[in-house]
Design a protein around this ligand. Structure first.
Ligand code: HEM
Length: 247
């Protein structure tokens, strides 16, 4: 019977980020899907605006949580830091080949942090959620005049003699027609990026959940419960163990 050892891996900030982010992404994808299909779902214009407001408020929580995680990648423990999250760095390709070969041979290597293949998936998730956060904030400003850029957009498109603070969404009689057209042209690429990044995120999230389940079954490294407890229970010597890294 191999000896099992318990290691502290995911710190409190990383765990809270993970579950708040997962909840926000599920809710944003669900509400976003309803906004996208409002026509087919017979949702009125007022209903669509209410859905957009709900989407934006969940989006603000999502953006704050992501911002804190980005800061934490400079402050947190070694498994929370960028060099453990993103692929690359010294010896990365060698580690990836060795991990994949061992996995295929049925003798998977065990890691405390993300394994080299997992780092590819996590990097894709980080890039897509960051893209969603940036494009989402721009859409929130150009659509409903929400912060941070909403006040600036209102100044841009207010008709002469109309106070920008008095603009309300979907009331074109208060807008300067030419400025409104230019604003819509500015907004277009962000709306397209938000939509395609949503599709990309759906694919990457399905791959992430599948990979986590397969890894849990093949490696037996308690990787799912570790995102709740912070601890991994491992039978082999972890490849990324530091001396005194366990207790
Ligand atoms: C994982 C994060 C997110 C996902 C999966 C997501 C998904 C979506 C989807 C599917 C749509 C419908 C697209 C369309 O109608 O063409 C949408 C629209 C929208 N999203 Fe997001 N979104 C996310 C984050 C955010 C954030 C952080 C904000 C702002 C705080 C935001 C603001 C908006 C706005 C204002 C719209 C309406 C755009 C329009 O009317 O064209 N989203 N989102």
């Amino acid at each position: 019977m191999p000896e099992l050892k318990s290691y502290a891996v995911w710190d409190v900030s990383t765990r809270w980020f993970h579950w708040i982010n997962a909840l926000c992404v599920i809710m944003l994808a669900f509400v976003g899907f309803m906004i996208l299909n409002a026509g087919n779902l017979d949702i009125s214009n007022a209903g669509k605006v209410a859905l957009k407001k709900m989407h934006i408020w969940i989006g603000f929580v999502f953006v704050l949580n992501l911002t804190w995680r980005i800061v934490w990648a400079f402050l947190g423990n070694r498994y929370a830091r960028w060099q453990s999250v993103f692929p690359g760095g010294r010896g990365y390709l060698h580690a990836l080949r060795s991990y994949l070969a061992a996995f295929i041979a049925g003798r998977p290597e065990q890691y405390l942090g993300h394994n080299p293949a997992g780092r590819l998936g996590i990097a894709a998730v980080f890039l897509l959620i960051t893209l969603q956060a940036i494009t989402g904030l721009i859409l929130a400003g150009t659509d409903l005049f929400y912060p941070p850029i909403g006040p600036w957009i209102a100044h841009w498109i207010a008709a002469p003699g109309i106070a920008p603070e008095s603009l309300i969404p979907y009331a074109p009689e208060r807008y300067d027609a030419a400025s409104y057209e230019s604003m819509r042209a500015f907004r277009k690429p962000f709306a397209v990026a938000h939509l395609y990044s949503f599709y990309g995120l759906v694919v990457v999230v399905i791959l992430h959940v599948t990979a986590v389940i397969i890894t849990e079954l093949r490696e037996g490294g308690s990787i799912i419960s570790a995102m709740f407890t912070g601890r991994k229970i491992i039978s082999k010597r972890p490849v990324d163990e530091e001396r005194n890294g366990h207790d």
